[in-house]
Design a binder for this molecule. Structure first.
Ligand code: GRF
Length: 194
């Protein structure tokens, strides 16, 4: 893994597809002195992603790739990441699946946040499934990305209590608030052992 030496922050790209609230929290975190990362690039698979407003607001370079032709787009993205000396990728609400080839090229340097307590509920509709199964808790997980969906090594998890009257929307909101805290915490954990 990359070492954070205190002065040179790790050049990071955040991949998004939608609202971008995790992107926003990561940007704010990156401005802190204690942050080991500097976000220099935002990649969106969606030209209309609200998250692109944050890259504009904070003057971070952004690019849109629709991943219609994944292989072609990934080649262009890999070149672009190289040109910008990117050493870490944070997936944050990124709704496309990266190829094994891409993941291998960034082996151990791609993180993701997932809205469930992994290994429970990989994939989509995590909140619906947790409620349907009468789970008492759900939560979120930050993990390394490997070639299997939502299956890489877990860095940190946070439990969130499911209330009797929670629906997928209210639960998603509660968990999202915890995601914003957990992602920076996980980054601190892997790079600075804090
Ligand atoms: C988050 O719940 C994230 O865990 C999931 O998609 C949602 C994205 O939210 N993968 P945002 O775009 O960061 O607001």
């Amino acid at each position: 893994m990359i070492k954070f030496l205190g002065s040179n922050k790790i050049k990071t790209a955040v991949f998004i597809s939608g609202t971008g609230s995790n992107l926003k929290s990561l940007i704010k975190f990156s401005f802190l002195k204690k942050s080991p990362i500097k976000i220099v690039l935002v990649i969106s698979s969606n030209p209309k992603a609200n998250g692109l407003n944050f890259s504009r607001k904070y003057r971070i370079k952004s690019k849109v790739y629709k991943f219609k032709d994944t292989i072609k787009d990934e080649i262009v993205i890999l070149n672009y990441l190289k040109k910008n000396n990117i050493n870490l990728i944070c997936l944050a609400g990124f709704m496309k699946i990266l190829s094994i080839n891409f993941i291998k090229k960034f082996n151990g340097k791609i993180l993701n946040i997932h809205p469930s307590l992994l290994p429970k509920y990989k994939g989509l509709k995590t909140h619906e499934r947790a409620i349907k199964n009468n789970d008492k808790f759900s939560g979120c997980t930050v993990h390394f990305v490997n070639s299997k969906l939502d299956s890489g090594k877990i860095i940190l998890k946070k439990r969130v209590k499911i209330a009797k009257n929670d629906d997928p929307k209210t639960l998603a909101k509660k968990i999202l608030a915890q995601e914003h805290i957990l992602y920076p915490k996980a980054i601190l954990k892997i790079f600075t052992n804090l």
